[in-house]
Design a protein around this ligand. Structure first.
Ligand SMILES: [Mg+2]
Length: 433
């Protein structure tokens, strides 16, 4: 914990849904739900209008439909979210060189590294207000909520207090006044199981937790968690803001037209990517110790899993084997949109392969399923030769219905076409790597 409120946490409000409302004027002010469109899908983000009906993240699409049947259910457009996120992160980096993104819509900013005259409450408050104004400006009207405090923990707690479109600055010295009345689950790492254990011990609030001796917490929860909670109950958190490391890495990834569900196919794709990574590493004379896979699920959750070897490798078969074993631990039953493999922690020398042999192992032949010739997921961007840009309002029975409007137009007209109408095209930005 610092003596100044110099850590800022920014969280965009209902991010995916807000991007959809920006780009689809007819949906502004209406319940919008991103995700949960397919049979197995879950809600990724609900707009505040949908939250009023009790719809929330991670709820099944079926339940969301029951609670808010008149909502617009959209399948999501990752390219638009990524592009908007980039603009926000750029604004944060203009404020301070020390930015730690947590996800597309959330980041810590170290104000101590910013070019501010001082770190008084009034100064950081003004910086936070200006930042929120800039975010709105560069995103075409999206709002963010900001928390500013003396630690990451408190900054994150503070950014939850005034959602949406708000800001809370916790003055140094008042951290415990804020925390004490809060429920223990405000503390990171206190999930339902830990909260239940604490509840049985009569511990409900942070104040209750603060009154418990460290030894007793360790007995209750084990050394690591007990000690951690004892510290956080006192607002003691000295974790620094760490900007993305400029670690050298080589990676290959692919996005897929239809969600992948076949594990054998996913393994085959990862293996193929791993071989390509290995080839590129050898061409550049590099090797690395950390193999990472990236898996984006149907609901846009992106999972990264890594494994670090004792010695560097540049061998595709080795990288593939590790990638497949990392995939084995993930639940991909809902479908996968993106797969990638990377190797980092590069060294310019190669030691003997950890596995001793580099023979190609047996791999399933990789044949991507033919994507449905033309799919029209709800919410997807389309262009019609005469009508121009719009988005898929719905489809079925051989007909696709499109609303022709964009972020820069008023709410537009709805037209229907045969699904194989040659004048109608899906629109996606060119892939960038
Ligand atoms: Mg958010």
């Amino acid at each position: 914990m610092r003596s100044t409120a110099s850590i800022l946490h920014l969280d965009l409000d209902a991010f995916f849904a807000a991007v959809e409302q920006r780009d689809k004027p007819s949906l502004r002010g209406k319940p919008v739900i991103v995700g949960g469109t397919g049979g197995r899908g879950v809600v990724s983000t609900a707009s505040y209008e949908a939250r009023e009906f009790g719809v929330g993240s991670a709820m099944s699409g079926r339940e969301a439909r029951a609670r808010c049947p008149h909502a617009a259910f959209l399948s999501g457009r990752f390219h638009a979210y990524r592009d908007t996120s980039k603009r926000v992160m750029q604004v944060l980096r203009e404020l301070s060189p020390l930015v730690e993104p947590l996800s597309l819509d959330e980041a810590f900013v170290d104000l101590a590294a910013a070019d501010l005259p001082d770190l008084e409450v009034a100064t950081v408050t003004a910086a936070g207000a200006e930042l929120r104004r800039r975010v709105q400006e560069v995103t075409g009207g999206l709002t963010a909520t900001v928390g500013i405090a003396s630690s990451k923990f408190l900054a994150k707690v503070a950014s939850e207090l005034d959602k949406p479109d708000g800001m809370t600055v916790v003055a140094p010295g008042t951290e415990l006044d804020l925390l004490r009345p809060m429920k223990v689950k405000v503390i990171p790492g206190v999930g339902p199981a830990t909260a239940e254990r604490l509840r049985r011990a009569g511990i409900h609030t942070v104040a209750d937790l603060e009154a418990v001796a460290e030894g007793e917490l360790v007995r209750l929860l084990g050394q690591a968690q007990g000690h951690g909670l004892w510290q956080l109950a006192r607002a003691q958190d000295s974790r620094p803001v760490v900007s993305e490391r400029e670690a050298k890495s080589i990676s290959v990834e692919g996005t897929y037209d239809s969600d992948l569900t076949d594990r054998k196919l996913m393994e085959g794709l990862l293996s193929r990517q791993a071989r390509e990574v290995g080839t590129r590493m050898r061409k550049n004379g590099f090797s690395g110790r950390t193999v990472t896979i990236k898996v984006r699920l149907y609901d846009f959750t992106t999972l990264n899993r890594s494994s670090t070897l004792t010695s560097p490798t540049d061998d595709g078969a080795t990288i593939a084997r590790i990638a497949r074993s990392l995939l084995a631990d993930l639940d991909t039953t809902g479908g996968v949109r993106l797969l990638g493999v990377g190797v980092s922690g590069l060294a310019d020398w190669v030691q003997e392969d950890l596995f001793g042999e580099t023979a190609e192992d047996e791999e399933a032949e990789v044949v991507l399923p033919e994507p449905p010739r033309r799919t029209w997921p709800p919410g997807a961007d389309v262009v019609h030769d005469e009508m121009g840009a719009g988005w898929v309002w719905g489809s079925g029975s051989g007909v696709v219905t499109v609303r022709f409007e964009t972020a820069d137009t008023p709410p537009g007209p709805v037209r229907s076409f045969r699904i194989d109408d040659p004048a109608l095209h899906r629109w996606e930005p060119p892939a960038e790597e």
